[in-house]
Design a protein around this ligand. Structure first.
Ligand code: C2E
Ligand code: MG
Ligand code: MG
Length: 562
């Protein structure tokens, strides 16, 4: 009997049952389109992927119009009309659909016109996503990411509890290999590493190559708990041996990020994100090692991302949520107010007031410190102008981030600010935290020179916390050294540190710089530290950072702070 005839004797439901079975072993989406009744029947997998309301659609032409990319619609329609009219017996066309997220998906649709029950003309065929064709990797011989997504999706849906672990592996210096040794050497390394990984796991465990230089192992097979560290060690040893055998012609190491639980109700895409986070953690920890996925660290990372998003919104909303506080700086000569440090504050509904120790690094990483830094400078300059009407020599200190020096026109910004606000340059002090940059970066050095020529003072902030180096003082042409509270706390605890701080202050003075001591909280701290003869003091003892209006009320008219 002819196949066509068999089909004519089958009900549509029977044909659909066969199609659903076939769908299980195909990555394409199989469909039946009854041209005579305008009914489109698809497999459930197709309906999950594309925005069809049901898997049987009675008014197919209209429903397809919603899924087909608008400018492709006429082309497709004409082709189907030719099938309906009997002009052609075969439908084969590549065009675009829209998926459930409204993203464009290139597909190839192929089908044949056959006669079904009651003599209806049926188009029976399949839709294949063209972007998913490259399922195997010719370099490593492994399956590719798209295959991982198919397989993982299925395991995650049907039996997540069987997953022992997923390990994502990356080469620590792949970019360097490609750049220095050429792409062919890079391909060789990928091949070698694929072998090293495959050799370390049971043949039944799946290994896939992800994009670039990354691989993922999926063990949903082993019966008992698996020692993931041992597996990683074996891969690492295999790599080291390969490198040795090749006489170090190309040196590389590998890191890994591992998930062992928490697979339930996650998508393959999420798993890729989480394992990527773990892998990056291993690299951040120093590379050539393995890291387990750390839920808490990941939550912290998501929180920082969220804070960044919220701050960006606030910046675009005229710096809503940001505020500049001021903390008094007192002269030790006569205990009068001579200036203030501008300190940034930020808060939001979700997290309340967030510490600068948390949000400043986020602003720096994202470059958002550039607009925010300008905002602080302008607020500080305007406030300073106002307060100079009461204290003529009042100055305001503004903290500066290295990102602002590297990536913005700092000199221009500062000049425009003091000119437009109308304050003399010497009333603005820029505070800079010491760091290794200064020594190496010639652009930054010339920037210091420019600032000096423009009469803008620099203060070296947080002295004593890390990179304390007397030579910097000259390099950055600073006028003031700010001694950090942690140094003060140490000095109050033991004589040795006290002597050090005493000597440092002497030395700073003899080099012609002045000293501001930060973080004096109590009277006995003040008394003890005054013996070291600082020129200025900033600390809770004299006043906490406060909003401008409060500062005015509390400090601006105080004649002596003792
Ligand atoms: P910093 O520049 O060293 O500022 C001094 C910090 O010490 C401030 O912390 C201040 O509130 C705190 N402090 C002052 N006196 C005392 C005291 O007696 N005891 C104690 N325990 N702490 C005291 P804050 O406001 O939390 O700022 C932290 C850091 O955030 C600042 O350290 C600065 O590095 C950064 N920062 C603040 N505002 C800005 C800004 O506008 N731009 C940039 N780039 N960084 C900023
Ligand atoms: Mg400071
Ligand atoms: Mg400081």
């Amino acid at each position: 009997m002819e196949y066509a005839q068999i089909l004519q004797n089958m009900s549509l439901e029977e044909i659909r049952a066969v199609v659903e079975i076939l769908q299980k072993s195909s990555d394409s989406y199989i469909y039946i389109f009854d041209l005579d009744t305008d009914t489109f029947m698809m497999t459930s997998r197709m309906q999950v992927r594309f925005p069809f309301e049901e898997d049987v659609i009675r008014n197919a032409t209209a429903a397809l119009q919603k899924v087909i990319y608008p400018s492709d619609y006429n082309k497709v329609r004409e082709d189907i009309v030719r099938c309906t009219s009997g002009e052609q017996e075969f439908h084969a066309i590549e065009y675009r659909w829209m998926d459930r997220d409204n993203r464009i998906v290139w597909i190839s649709s192929k089908s044949t016109v056959i006669r079904g029950a009651g003599g209806h003309r049926l188009l029976v065929g399949r839709v294949t996503e063209l972007g998913k064709e490259a399922k195997a990797d010719n370099i490593t011989g492994l399956r590719r990411e798209i295959r991982f997504q198919y397989d993982a999706e299925e395991i995650l849906r049907d039996r997540p509890e069987t997953i022992r672990y997923m390990m994502r592996i990356g080469i620590d210096n792949f970019k360097e290999i490609n750049e220095k040794e050429g792409p062919e050497a890079g391909d060789n390394v990928l091949r070698e590493l694929a072998d090293c990984i495959v050799a370390a796991v049971d043949p039944k465990v799946d290994v896939y190559r992800l994009m670039a230089d990354e691989f993922i192992i999926v063990d949903a097979f082993s019966a008992a708990e698996v020692d993931v560290q041992a597996i990683y060690n074996e891969i690492r040893n295999n790599v080291a041996e390969t490198v040795r055998n090749k006489e170090y012609s190309c040196f590389y190491t590998v890191s890994a990020g591992v998930m062992q639980d928490g697979f339930e109700s996650r998508s393959a895409e999420e798993i890729l994100k989480l394992t990527e986070f773990a892998l990056n953690q291993a690299k951040r920890n120093g590379k050539n090692q393995m890291a387990l996925f750390d839920r808490e660290a990941y939550d912290g990372y998501l929180r920082r991302l969220n804070i960044r998003r919220l701050m960006r919104q606030d910046i675009n909303d005229n710096f809503r949520g940001f505020q500049v506080f001021f903390q008094p700086i007192i002269s030790t000569k006569d205990y009068t107010l001579i200036g203030a440090e501008a300190l940034l504050r930020w808060g939001c509904e979700q997290y309340g007031n967030v510490s600068p120790a948390v949000f400043i690094p986020i602003l720096e990483e994202s470059g958002l410190i550039i607009p925010v830094g300008k905002y602080v400078m302008w607020q500080a300059a305007r406030t300073c102008r106002k307060w100079r009407e009461i204290i003529p020599h009042f100055h305001v200190n503004v903290n500066l981030s290295y990102v602002q020096m590297h990536k913005s026109d700092l000199i221009e910004d500062v000049e425009r600010c003091i000119k437009e606000v109308g304050i003399p340059p010497e009333s603005l002090v820029l505070e800079l935290t010491e760091s290794g940059y200064i020594e190496t970066d010639s652009r930054i050095k010339s920037l210091f020179k420019d600032l000096k020529e423009k009469n803008i003072d620099l203060a070296l902030d947080d002295f004593g916390t890390g990179y304390s180096n007397m030579r910097y003082l000259k390099e950055i042409q600073a006028t003031t050294v700010k001694i950090d509270r942690s140094f003060v706390v140490q000095a109050l605890k033991n004589d040795h540190d006290y002597n050090i701080i005493n000597h440092i202050i002497d030395m700073v003075h003899s080099l012609g710089f002045s000293v501001c001591m930060e973080g004096i909280e109590e009277e006995d701290e003040l008394n003890k530290m005054m013996e070291t003869k600082p020129d200025m003091i900033q600390g809770y003892f004299f006043g906490k950072p406060s909003p401008a209006d409060q500062f005015e009320e509390q400090f601006l008219h105080t004649t002596s702070f003792l």
